[in-house]
Design a protein around this ligand. Structure first.
Ligand code: F6P
Length: 343
């Protein structure tokens, strides 16, 4: 059995653990693995490398993905999707494990349903916003990075009696902002799921100051919306292959509003891709490994068109189609718990 793996979309810590898991299971069963390079681009062009346990055993602690990634969409032009089918034939592949977010998994689902390719999915995103899985690997490492950064920003904010606005990732969902706000004791946080009330934020920040706390920390999701028209606050309007606009800029915007309306010196920091880089946490290594092992088993059982997912503490298989149909927003109960500290 010959199995290809690819990683698509934004990278995140833990991808290499998944790759290592799949390769080990397939190798244990006497099969062979190859890695398609740079996401669906590699699948279209047939660009690949051999993957053996000797290659993948030492990568458990490495961030990013040894296969490279891209946001290439083979369904942007139908001919490109047919190129993937060609690669399958040319390389003599029996199956493909696609590790990625909703865009990558959406392509894997379409290749299975529309082109008959034997695909299995494995969910990843630091945003933690994929439905059908309780948590995605990469998220734990990410919130620890944000927490550490915010702890550092607290000391300088306190020294200068400033307010610091920290912009974090989270295009559609506020999991990163909410968890980081709880973990770092922020004074306010904003998420894409809830209408932002700037007057309320200013009231809370002023209350803290009046109460003797001479600095403030505000965490804002890149995808939070401040305008009544519901549009993103961004620096540019560039879009990727899947039509997503490049986000970034809301933190700066919020800092300017705070400074002008409160008269308090305010700075903003965009954590950006720092949140996706570096060594995965133990949690993400374990989750990634478990998902990889189960994805390998799905391939061996020929259960295609499916995705591995975390449900409670167990890894289960769900239909790829159902998994990518809908996004997992920040659970209201998490927001309400965190909101106790926004008063
Ligand atoms: O992978 C998800 C994500 O990290 C989003 O939170 C963010 O908006 C986006 O990727 C950034 O993508 P890129 O790496 O292409 O700038």
């Amino acid at each position: 059995m010959k199995v290809a793996l690819l990683t698509g979309g934004g990278d995140c810590p833990g991808l290499n653990a998944v790759i290592r898991g799949v390769v080990k299971v397939i190798d244990n069963a006497g099969g062979e693995c190859v890695g398609l390079l740079e996401g669906w681009r590699g699948a279209m062009e047939g660009n690949h490398i051999p993957l053996t346990p000797a290659v993948t055993d030492p990568i458990i602690d490495k961030g990013g993905t040894i296969l490279g990634s891209s946001r290439t969409n083979p369904f942007k032009n139908e001919a490109d999707a047919d190129q993937v089918v060609e690669t399958f034939k040319k390389l003599g592949l029996d199956a493909l494990v696609a590790i990625g977010g909703d865009d990558t998994l959406g392509v894997a689902s379409r290749l299975y349903h529309e082109k008959g390719l034997a695909t299995v999915g494995c969910p990843k995103t630091i945003d933690n916003d994929l439905s059908a899985t309780d948590q995605t690997f990469g998220f734990d490492t990410c919130i620890n990075i944000v927490m550490e950064a915010t702890d550092r920003l607290r000391t300088t904010a306190e020294s200068h009696r400033r307010i610091l606005v920290i912009e974090v990732m989270g295009r559609h969902a506020g999991w990163i902002a909410c968890y980081s706000a709880i973990a770092s004791g922020a004074d306010y946080f904003m998420v894409p799921e809830r209408e932002v009330n700037l007057d309320e934020m200013l009231r809370v920040l002023q209350k803290r100051r009046d109460g003797g706390k001479k600095y403030g920390l505000v965490i804002v999701s890149e995808g939070a919306k401040l305008n009544s028209d519901g549009g993103y606050v961004t620096k540019d309007q560039e879009v990727d292959d899947f039509g997503h606009v490049k986000l970034g800029g809301i933190g700066d915007h919020v800092a300017k509003i705070i400074e002008s309306r409160m008269g308090v010196e305010t700075r903003s920091v965009t954590l950006g891709h720092l949140q996706r880089g570096g060594t995965p946490s133990a949690f993400d290594r374990v989750l990634g490994t478990r998902l990889g092992v189960h994805a390998g088993h799905l391939v061996l059982k020929k259960e295609f068109g499916k995705m591995v997912a975390l449900r409670g503490t167990k890894i289960v298989a769900v239909e790829l189609k159902d998994a990518v149909d809908k996004m997992r927003e920040l659970d209201n109960s998490f927001f309400e718990e965190a909101a106790e500290f926004l008063k």
